[in-house]
Design a protein around this ligand. Structure first.
Ligand code: FA5
Ligand code: MG
Length: 462
């Protein structure tokens, strides 16, 4: 019988990344299309929208109160990415279907929180910011790419040295900056079941730190979103003189609205997400909360230490601020993209014409079902339940199609009533950002994709 993962014998036993060599093992799942992104550092290219966004946020968290870290290696240990943050051993984020493993002990960081413990340990300032590329196996569409950028922020106080009143004074100043912002807070500061106050914290101290966190982030959002060109002033968009009084017919922009929503993270409690109302809908910008006390004590900080932390997606903000419609554009080297941006400025992206796209369906039977139930060992066994994860399918599509795949839709799925075999049909949308694809080229790619799915997952093309 055809073995499903029979390519493992051809896998090299070591891999070199960023000047270091790592042994590979059964966990290894990184691919060349991913490792090609490792040294691109969009967050460090001064006139790139990701870097412009980073600088704008950094300016709201200045040194020396906050140290800025922009060169931390994307290769971290599973201890840094998960264990140090209190991820339970069965957390889905640890799965090979979700995370890029170099080997059992090393991953490409899935979030900038992977650096929290080390930076708390270094304790060189009351606060820090980390901006970096992060990697996740994920769906494919206009707003999801396996590589994106996050910024982590944290700020702490030793309550043996700083009084709650001093924290509140600083918060009051931050609140004065955001007086024009409309803030909805949908939840009480603590929630017994889902978002408890930590036993080491007094409710007074936790409330002070939470308020400092929220006012700090609100002031960033206000600064960012009021620096963005007004999307409703399209009629005036070509006019360079924004101060022109000829636009007096347009109504003034309504006040910016944000809201706080309860959230859950293993490494903070209580936790929240911040959403902004932008062009008619609520958009999630970041997650945050009060750092779990055991992380701080593991960093050798005194038990009187308390800290907040947040993690924000830079693409998500940059797409909104600059009006960039497709996340793949951030990786474009086409100068119709790169030449549009100026260091330190938020400018409206002017779309260049899109090249036509092409749809191709791919339908197949998943391995498993009653016919081959007897040859499945381990994870693939079960009542005809194939252990092919959707992210594995996406990964293969990404490897073959690269940036020519704009998105992939699950069009249809069913299980054959007699054989119990599962069928899937995906619609792959091919489009280049740079040129018109010929149908020969798309056909060849699609045939390559069918072959790769057959070989890697043992599917049967219908
Ligand atoms: C985290 O990654 C947490 N580490 C955030 C955090 C830090 C919480 C510190 C508490 C304390 P989450 O997976 O929700 O959480 O991602 C955070 C942000 O990254 C999201 O709000 C979003 O802005 C952005 N983000 C997440 N996934 C993607 C994606 N696939 N593409 C683009 N942006 C994304
Ligand atoms: Mg989230």
């Amino acid at each position: 019988t055809l073995r499903r993962f029979n390519s493992s014998s051809a896998t090299p036993t070591t891999i070199s990344l960023l000047g270091r060599t790592y042994p590979t093992d059964g966990w290894t799942n990184i691919t060349p299309s991913i490792t090609a992104h490792l040294s691109q550092n969009l967050h460090l290219q001064p006139s790139h929208p990701i870097s412009i966004t980073r600088s704008l946020i950094e300016s709201r968290f200045p040194s020396p109160t906050y140290t800025h870290h922009n060169h931390l290696s994307p290769i971290v240990t599973t201890a840094q990415n998960f264990d140090s943050l209190g991820f339970p051993s069965d957390h889905p984020g640890r799965a090979r279907s979700d995370t890029y493993y170099i080997n059992a002990g090393h991953v490409l960081r899935t979030h900038t929180s992977a650096h929290q413990l080390d930076l708390f340990k270094a304790n060189h300032a009351p606060g820090f910011l980390v901006s970096a590329d992060v990697y996740r196996r994920d769906a494919i569409d206009r707003s999801h790419y396996p590589v994106f950028h996050q910024m982590e922020g944290a700020r702490g106080w030793d309550l043996a040295k700083t009084s709650v009143a001093e924290i509140n004074d600083e918060t009051e100043y931050l609140a004065s900056l955001t007086a024009s912002l409309q803030v909805e807070d949908l939840h009480p500061p603590f929630h017994e079941q889902t978002n408890p106050l930590q036993p080491q914290h007094s409710s007074e101290a936790a409330a002070a730190v939470a308020a400092h966190l929220k006012r700090s982030l609100e002031s960033v959002v206000l600064a960012l979103f009021t620096s963005a060109p007004n999307p409703d002033a399209d009629a005036d968009a070509d006019s360079p003189s924004s101060s022109s009084s000829s636009s007096s017919s347009s109504t003034p922009a309504p006040p910016l609205k944000v809201r706080w929503v309860e959230a859950y993270f293993p490494f903070t409690s209580p936790s929240w997400e911040l959403e902004v109302f932008w062009r008619g809908s609520w958009l999630e910008l970041l997650g945050c909360g009060i750092v779990q006390h055991p992380i701080l004590t593991a960093a050798n900080l005194p038990s009187s230490h308390i800290s907040w932390a947040f993690g924000v997606g830079l693409e998500r903000i940059a797409m909104v601020l600059f009006g960039i419609p497709d996340i793949r554009l951030f990786w474009s080297t086409d100068d119709r993209f790169t030449a549009q941006f100026i260091q330190g400025e938020v400018t409206r992206f002017i779309e260049f014409s899109k090249f036509p796209g092409t749809l191709r369906d791919i339908a197949f039977w998943l391995p498993g079902g009653v016919e081959d139930g007897e040859d499945t060992g381990g994870a693939n066994s079960g009542a005809g339940g194939p252990a092919v994860h959707e992210n594995d399918i996406m990964e293969i599509i990404r490897n073959v199609g690269g940036d020519l795949v704009e998105d992939v839709l699950l069009k249809d799925q069913f299980t054959h009533p007699k054989t119990k075999r599962a069928s899937r049909c995906y619609r792959v949308h091919y489009r280049s950002l740079e040129r018109t694809l010929t149908s020969e080229e798309v056909n060849a790619k699609h045939a390559e994709l069918e072959k790769a799915l057959k070989e890697a997952l043992g599917v049967e093309i219908r």
